[in-house]
Design a binder for this molecule. Structure first.
Ligand code: MN
Length: 232
């Protein structure tokens, strides 16, 4: 390790230690109290999605994973150009900037998880009716074709990521994104999402991602939330 690398390493280590210190926690809590960025409550009780997603999974997924992304972004934006902005504004401003990957990743993961909780409900799934049902038929030809494309996207996302139903102008389509990436950076309107990071399903399904996707399609999708996101 040369001197420059050593300096870089010790700077990043002391920054990390500072972020964990009680003093910083005090400052960050005071500054973050004004931030519009936070973790909204789950839109249902922790065991509401059983038996398809267990209370234990939501305890970790909402209570640890999602919470950590929110805590991180609240700390990262203090005293920066991002302070006071909404999650969406932070995502759009930091997107594509190689010096801002921590800001982007934590903001996008905060947004994606909030969106994922709302994409599900107890007694959901199945065939959509009304305006969203018509939009699915118009864009995919049938609900079965939508399910086929969505399952394929969710299954073939290699490693961590997300499957999405999005609106692109007047057309609905299925896409997948890797890691923290989120459709709004490409100008698409998200309608529904499924988290396919292993932490989303491992406790309930272990390696059987396909069974988790099937449970989402058959029992969990909140179609009225998707419809409420339709633009135009
Ligand atoms: Mn997750």
């Amino acid at each position: 390790m040369d001197r420059r690398d050593f300096l870089k390493l010790s700077l990043s280590l002391s920054a990390a230690a500072f972020l964990e210190s009680p003093g910083f926690r005090f400052i960050s809590q005071a500054a973050a109290a004004d931030s519009p960025v936070g973790q909204p409550p789950l839109p249902y009780s922790r065991d509401a999605l059983e038996p398809y997603i267990s209370g234990r999974t939501l305890e970790f997924h909402y209570g640890k994973h999602h919470q950590t992304y929110v805590d991180n972004i609240r700390k990262l934006i203090i005293g920066t150009e991002y302070a006071g902005l909404s999650l969406k504004e932070i995502i759009l401003k930091s997107s594509g900037n190689p010096n801002q990957t921590a800001v982007f990743n934590n903001a996008a993961q905060s947004f994606n998880h909030e969106f994922y909780w709302k994409s599900m409900k107890s007694g959901g799934g199945g065939e959509p009716k009304g305006r969203i049902g018509q939009a699915i038929d118009k864009s995919f030809g049938s609900h079965a074709q939508f399910e086929k494309e969505f399952s394929e996207a969710a299954l073939t996302q290699f490693g961590s990521g997300w499957a999405w139903l999005v609106q692109d102008g007047t057309v609905l389509k299925v896409i997948k994104t890797a890691n923290a990436d989120t459709p709004m950076t490409r100008g698409w309107v998200p309608l529904l999402t499924l988290d396919v990071w292993e932490h989303a399903y491992y406790l309930d399904y272990q390696n059987r991602r396909g069974d988790y996707i099937r449970a989402y399609l058959d029992h969990l999708i909140n179609w009225s939330f998707a419809e409420s996101n339709l633009a135009g």
